[in-house]
Ligand binder design. Structure first.
Ligand SMILES: [Zn+2]
Length: 261
């Protein structure tokens, strides 16, 4: 007699990981094309050096990079390490989110949020740019999700206004005083997006973590003679890492902190 056995949890995790790697491959397309303003759906993937279209077996997440040994098959042009890193990171995001959250509305919210953070981190790192094409739809998506899951629409709305507002004031004040852009206008929009997904409390945690790690690493770079404050890592990268930390260990961190009052 054949019984239908329940699929082991391992199957779910493997499927989540594989799906995440494929999504990561699409995120790479966004990271490469958004800053140069080309379409993310057309044409299909090509080598950035010789523009030859890639065949399917050159497009397999992580594996193709390893098999091709980081070089284009035709022109020997180098393939950036960013490709496998983004694919592996997105894959890990999907596995961990599926593991911890399961089939809940929060899973969808966190996956969309995580993907947006990965794209913003990578684009800001390379181009010092936070594309509106990610941050603005991100604000809308986060607010929409908040009607079905945490943090709730009220906390989300306050998060959007507080997150966007506080960095807007900082950016505007910096510009007034120094007459140059220290903080781009992308940063307020990014923190507004974080506020939409996480609510105002975890947005404050994000801002605290980002400022703290940003100053520590910035000062360390100056001390090591690796550049002045101006050439420190872009703030969007710290916001992305801070938001990821706030989304996962933020509530525990907040509980611990509030015990001192
Ligand atoms: Zn090539």
């Amino acid at each position: 007699m054949i019984e239908t056995l329940p699929l082991p949890p391992l199957f779910g995790l493997i499927a989540a990981g594989a799906f995440g790697a494929v999504v990561g491959s699409f995120l790479n397309v966004c990271i490469h094309r958004l800053p140069i303003g080309s379409s993310i759906v057309w044409p299909s993937s090509a080598c950035p050096h010789c523009t030859r279209e890639l065949s399917w077996y050159e497009n397999i997440p992580v594996f193709s990079f390893l098999v091709l040994r980081a070089r284009c098959r035709t022109c020997q042009g180098p393939i950036s390490i960013r490709y496998p890193v983004v694919e592996a990171l997105t894959s890990a995001l999907f596995v961990l989110a599926w593991w911890y959250l399961g089939p809940e509305p929060l899973l969808a919210s966190r996956l969309v949020f995580g993907c947006a953070l990965i794209v913003l981190f990578a684009v800001d790192l390379e181009h010092h740019l936070l594309p509106n094409a990610i941050t603005l739809p991100g604000i809308v998506a986060g607010f929409a999700f908040s009607f079905f899951t945490e943090p709730g629409w009220m906390a989300s709305l306050i998060g959007i206004l507080a997150g966007g507002g506080v960095l807007y004031v900082v950016a505007a004040a910096y510009y007034r005083v120094r007459h140059e852009e220290g903080l781009g206008m992308g940063d307020p929009k990014m923190l507004a997006m974080i506020g939409a997904f996480l609510g105002w409390k975890l947005t404050l945690v994000t801002l605290m973590l980002a400022s703290l790690t940003g100053s520590v690493i910035g000062l360390a770079m100056i001390a090591a003679g690796r550049g002045s404050m101006k050439y420190a890592l872009p703030f969007g990268c710290f916001l992305a890492v801070g938001a990821a930390a706030a989304a996962t260990v933020g509530p525990a961190l907040l509980d611990w902190y509030l015990r001192f009052f």
